[in-house]
Write a protein that binds this ligand. Sequence first.
Ligand SMILES: NC(=O)C[C@H](N)C(=O)O
Length: 336
Amino acid sequence: MMKKILMLATGGTIATLKTEEGKVPQLTSQELLRTVPEIREICQVETRQLFQLDSTNVHPEHWKKIARAILEQYDAYDGFVITHGTDTMAYTAAALSYMLPDARKPIVLTGAQNSIGERETDGRRNLLDAFLYASSDCAWGVTIVFDGQAMLGTRAKKLRTKSYHAFSSIGYPEVARIRDRKVYPVLPVPEGLGRPVANLELDPLVFVLKLIPGIQPDVLRLLRPAYHALIVEGFGVGGVPYYATADFAREVGAWIEAGKVVIMTTQVIYEGSDMSVYQVGHQIKQTYGVIEAYDMTLESVVTKTMHLLPRCRDLTEFRTRFLTPVAHDILLPAER
Ligand SMILES: NC(=O)C[C@H](N)C(=O)O
């Protein structure tokens, strides 16, 4: 029997038309679907237009809207395809992985680098692949399907601004490959999946600070009252600068003393942090108890933090839950 898939359209380049001010998403879910008639041969499709935005304008309230739409219709469909702009797709995918954990049914995000209406486009292939994957028995959980790969929502990252091979799975294998209209699973379906329990509350008061050589720590003092968590994107395997003129570590420590979450991650895309290697990382971790993000993507660090802040009573509970893997977002110590 044909699978029943719900398509949720949210905008993005895939749905754009050109205007004098640049591309604007305007094509509706039905119009997108009509450009790929083969999809009707694979599955039964119903569509909903959730919003119509360049993903630059998508924020946590939109993630909740998507999650709610899926939860409301979860029992009525076999899977979900979400069309979305590529620029913040990895954030939406990571957020949905925490908001709808352990979903057995596939929740597949896709989009394109060129509008589906253009002659030269990756849109039609990506949309077809998303439906092929969402209709296959080996599909599960939150993924991004792009350029022939299905990647975990907690591991996918946009690495190219223009070319079709825009996303890669960072630090973990892709879930499946899609080629010549066939789905080739790479990872097995995990045990223990089912109907996701709603986890929609998020705390967006999270700040990401990217270090540059010579950065002064004063900014941390100014930001502290306004945010509940600070994510420091450091250099290499991780650490903070100890300039003779400025004590960065003390300003970071003041956040923790104020009961706020501080997480150290790295600007380097591959292989993650290891703050035990250098004195600049070791000291701050030992002295102040900064939480380390290891091999997680920045998108997962940010959205997991937003997800955990309202759920944890104290920093100890936050640390434990942050370091507990969800949808393979972080490797266990023995696997690193
Ligand atoms: N390729 C794209 O979809 C980029 C677009 N600016 C968006 O994220 O909505």
